[in-house]
Design a protein around this ligand. Structure first.
Ligand code: FMN
Length: 425
């Protein structure tokens, strides 16, 4: 069969004996990959992700609790632009929120697929080791099927879960952008005597933070996949490789599966699904984006380049640092945005609303859906939808996008008609 006539449904992803459709919906914080989206992927036989980014705040909104408001009140004495050295997260609270959220998701799971949680290790929360350990173990305790470790790969994260009774049966994997990063992770975790169950290889066209420098365009997903597969072969390791970043059609997926990837991770096409957590006007902005609107810049205080729409309200914003309420990026009491804000105010205290161009308050902006991160193919989303009589784009159900990936051939993507859209509304 030729690549063009094959479909992703001709392949299966085998994860430690579990046979799955080879499609993974990647984690999208903050609550863009909702419970509903992850559950759809699992129902349809693939893998869905929820995200652990800012979970205490997400659960506050879902279950009407007040953790964030109380935290802001408690740390009011640290308000202002100084260092937040005494501002720590209570790990018991963090674990409680993670458990509540994950239990709620897992109790609703149906179908043959799996639900994983994406844990970004760069969410340092002013105490990277303790807070990460609490988040990872609480997710396992609450019954999550698996964990994807991403953004900042902490080489001791496997050791942090070693004592957990589910350490050896939950599916644990990592997201890397090079064979070198994978090699370092494997060497440092060797003493836990446990290999990752999967490796996500994320290329330079992905959404969210990129695992490359500003020279990201010099890299390509297929060559990194080849490099990782060659490394695993040379080390005599058999770990399924899941490739992601810029996979827009089922045929794009088939090309990677034929290359030796065991599965494909996608996200951008699901940002505009009905189940995505983005507010509807933001979904419309994604549909209306043109190629020149999709930019990679350095405004994330994590230090990683991030891809986003240039219309994102978070760019050049003057949001007052929100550490007392959130503070997920604090490290030793400081954050790159807090520093940028402080310097700007010191440079000219008379300016009431300075434009902080170099960094953004990632917590506040992501939480409020004002940083419109997206993959490189966002401008193509309009090809997969249709305009409704009121002039807005139709937001397809996740099931339609999932099936389009699984059955699409000849480089084609779905082109719904107005009748299709109206019938599914
Ligand atoms: C809106 C959006 C938010 C994302 N957030 C995260 C995240 O919180 N953590 C993470 O590891 N990856 C994140 N990603 C990356 C995706 O999980 C996925 O690996 C990648 O975007 C796949 O490429 P594609 O978007 O071109 O399909 C995000 C991607 C998008 C589009």
């Amino acid at each position: 069969m030729s690549t063009l006539s094959a479909t992703m449904d001709d392949f299966r992803l085998n994860l430690g004996g579990t046979e799955l459709k080879p499609l993974v919906i990647g984690g999208m914080g903050v609550n863009i990959s909702t419970k509903a989206l992850a559950l759809e992927a699992a129902r349809l036989g693939g893998i869905g992700h929820v995200s652990d980014a800012m979970l205490p705040d997400v659960t506050d909104r879902l279950f009407s609790t007040h953790f964030t408001a109380l935290k802001a009140k408690f740390f009011r004495h640290l308000a202002g632009l100084g260092f937040k050295l005494g501002m720590n997260f209570d790990t018991i609270d963090i674990a409680r929120h993670t458990r509540r959220y994950v239990e709620d998701v897992m109790s609703a799971k149906t179908g043959p697929g799996l639900v994983f949680i994406n844990v970004m290790e760069k969410l340092t929360m002013n105490d990277p080791l303790k807070t990460l350990k609490a988040r990872l173990n609480a997710a396992l305790d609450a019954g999550i099927d698996g964990i994807s470790l991403s953004a900042g790969l902490h080489t001791s994260s496997f050791a942090m879960m070693e004592e957990n009774p589910r350490f050896r049966d939950a599916k644990l994997g990592i997201v890397v952008s090079s064979a070198r990063a994978l090699n370092i992770f494997l060497r440092r975790t060797a003493k836990t005597n446990r290999l990752p169950d999967f490796v996500v290889v994320e290329g330079p066209l992905a959404g969210g933070h990129l695992g490359f420098g500003m020279n990201w365009s010099e890299f390509s997903l297929p060559s990194i996949v080849d490099e990782v597969l060659a490394f695993l072969k040379s080390a005599n390791l058999s770990i399924p490789v899941i490739a992601g970043g810029g996979v827009f059609s089922g045929t794009d997926g088939v090309r990677l599966l034929e290359r030796g990837a065991a599965g494909v991770q996608v996200a951008t096409r699901f940002t505009v699904s009905k189940e995505s957590g983005l507010p509807d006007p933001v979904k419309q902005a994604y549909f209306n984006a043109e190629a020149e609107d999709v930019v990679v810049n350095g405004i994330s205080p994590t230090g990683y380049p991030m891809r986003m729409l240039r219309q994102s309200p978070a760019i050049c914003s003057n949001a007052k640092p929100q550490c007392e309420a959130y503070g997920y990026l604090l490290d030793k009491g400081d954050c790159q945005y807090l520093r940028a804000y402080r310097e700007q105010v010191a440079a000219d205290p008379s300016v009431k609303a300075p434009c902080i161009a170099e960094k953004t308050c990632l917590c506040h902006q992501m939480r409020n859906f004002k940083l419109w991160t997206c993959g490189a193919a966002t401008h193509r989303l309009k090809e997969t939808s249709v305009k409704l009589p009121d002039g807005t784009w139709w937001t397809p159900p996740a099931e339609a996008i999932f099936n389009d990936y699984m059955t699409g051939r000849n480089d084609e993507v779905m082109h719904p008609t107005l009748e299709d859209a109206m019938a599914s509304k």
